[in-house]
Structures are given as C-alpha cells and as structure tokens.
Design a protein around this ligand. Sequence first.
Ligand SMILES: [Zn+2]
Length: 241
Amino acid sequence: MRLISPSRSESGSVWKGGSGVQRNVSASRQLNRDPLEKAARRVDVRVNTPAHVVFNALVLGRGPWRRAWLPITAGALTPDLPMFAFYVYQRGVLGAPEAVIWTHAYFEPEWQLLFNWFHSLPLLALAALLAWRAGAVGWLAFFSSMLLHSLTDLPVHHDDAHAHFLPVSSWRFESPISYWDPRHHGYILGVLETLLILAGATALAAGSRTKPWRILGVVTLVFSALFAVYAAITWRSTPAA
Ligand SMILES: [Zn+2]
C-alpha cells in the first residue's frame, strides 16, 4: 500500500531511490524540507488496499468460503493496517509533508519492521496451517486472505519492497514492476489496478453472492470515488516549486 507518493523522478536531489532502508535512515537525519516540499509538488496517488479487498473477495469468497466475507475482508485489509496507522501518525500527529513521509519516514527501520512482519509469508503460512489443523475455519480464511495479500504484493513492489520472508530471511525481492512507480511500469499497472477495482467491485455489488459481498462492492466503489476526490484536492493544494 502507498497512500500518496511523491514523484521520485523530481526528487532525485533529495532521495535517489533503490537505496533500501539504511541509506534513507541516514538521509532522514539530514532532513531538508524545502527540496522535499518541491519534490512533492507532483504526486502520484495510489491506494492498492481496495484492490486487495476486491481480488481476495473474488478469489477466496466462493465455494465453502462463500459466506466468509468478514475474515476474508479483514485478512485483505490487515497487512496494510500498520501503514494506515503510520500515515495517520505522520500526517495527522506530526504534520509531516507528503514527500517527507514517503521518502524518509516510510523507510525508517522501526516502521519497515512493522510493515514487514505484517507481510511475513512464513508466519502467515504457519498461522494458516495451525488454523487448518485446529479446524478453525474463520481463522483459516483470515490468514489465507492475509497470505494472498502478501503474495500479490510480492511481484509489484520495487524499491519499497517488503522483506516478505522474515524471520527466515531479510531478503527483499525488488521486482522490475511497481504498482505505482512510473519508472517501473507504474502507469500501466495503475490503469490495470483501477480496472480491477472498478470491474471487481461492480461484479461484487451486482453479483449473485450474499448481501454482505454486495455491500462490500458498493462500499469499495464509494471509498474509491471519495479517495479520488481527496487525491485531486491534495494534488491541487500541493505547493508548486
Ligand atoms: Zn500490503
């Protein structure tokens, strides 16, 4: 998930990208807000959490899990909850500019560790296995949904990739494809993601599934529309260089 990101092609003097956590930590100690404010004058808007909600609903919410809308939806949302908390804290409490949030604070080790643990494939697989062995169907659906979220994050993150294999390994797969970064096919991925959300949420809203799935489809469409308005306002109000 990335709520709003600065156009990194314009922030080259501040942040070079592809650096991993440590370089950004040292950079954050030399915070220079003016260039960062300039870097933020163009923002790319990305919220891919609704895509996870829709995709997981379409993939998992069928057959025996047709009625498991709550654990599947919660599982699709949960891996990104630390990032929502991070954004609210940085923006709402600290009042940090968008560029500072996404080029410095996001890469601080403490935050990265939290994001990574919530996307840990070994831990989520183990939790799903334990739920299956215990016959806890709801928890199995929940952890399976978290697992699917993490698996689908894996191929679409470049230099903001999670360490998906903690605690076994801290290796990060830097995919050549990014769901948001235009240097790594982010525009086309953004279009495809938007199509997935609109088509998938419409299918849920109009489909023959149970009522909660239909409500989820409507809620996703409304949320996406509201966020598009928020993003447009944020983009317009971001100070020009
Ligand atoms: Zn995620």
